[in-house]
Design a protein around this ligand. Sequence first.
Ligand SMILES: *[C@@H]1O[C@H](CO)[C@@H](O)[C@H](O)[C@H]1NC(C)=O
Ligand SMILES: *[C@@H]1O[C@H](CO)[C@@H](O)[C@H](O)[C@H]1NC(C)=O
Length: 219
Amino acid sequence: MKFVCSSLTLSFLLFAFVTNLSPSFTYNNGFPILNTAFEPIHPYGSYYIIPTFFGVRSGRLKLEKTGDSKCPVTILEEDFNNTHYLPVKFTKLVDTEFDEIVTGTPIEIEFTRNKPDCVESTKWLIFIDNVINKFCVGIGGPENYPGMQIVNGTFNIQRYGSSYNFVFCVDGSSSFCSDIGFYNNGEGGGRLILTDQKISAFVFSETYSYDDGIIRSVA
Ligand SMILES: *[C@@H]1O[C@H](CO)[C@@H](O)[C@H](O)[C@H]1NC(C)=O
Ligand SMILES: *[C@@H]1O[C@H](CO)[C@@H](O)[C@H](O)[C@H]1NC(C)=O
């Protein structure tokens, strides 16, 4: 009966989620996204995603095992740790006139270092954790989420005050989108989840070295 249970939970969650979605016209698309050195971000760059709170930068993103998982596929936002950053690259999913990635551009986000052996891909995805009933950001593929659903869609970046936040839009619909925020589940860092509350603000620090976790471009 496990299947019945989880598919009921799923329908409920999808319903709750869809009613929470914002039409994309509430987002401001097409604005430049600047790194911490005030240069536009682009698909050829490597970046650290740094949490920021009222302009104060602190913390990092990390990968951890959560629930029963044997594989560190859940992305957590950890406060007060400014070491062991994981660089990402952004890949545009649509052709645009300029190389720069602007607000609203559909992108893939991929960690480019420390890939766990138990995943095929370090691209970000959304999975429904039916234990905590949240849409969470993780990596990997369906094989890493037994008994859970992956939601197909794309990420984009929006402005959030003087920093930025991530948004996820359900596949095939540019109008069903949700902000990504912070959910403390007592796991040594907050989950990144789809929510319209406690939105997680970030800045992007371009890395000029691929082999260490030191930030070189923080102004
Ligand atoms: C930061 O993370 C590293 C590696 O995960 C860990 O060894 C270290 O103790 C952490 N530092 C703090 C201040 O939590
Ligand atoms: C999500 O995408 C995968 C691969 O493209 C596809 O096999 C799957 O059916 C899709 N899932 C849903 C719920 O649309």
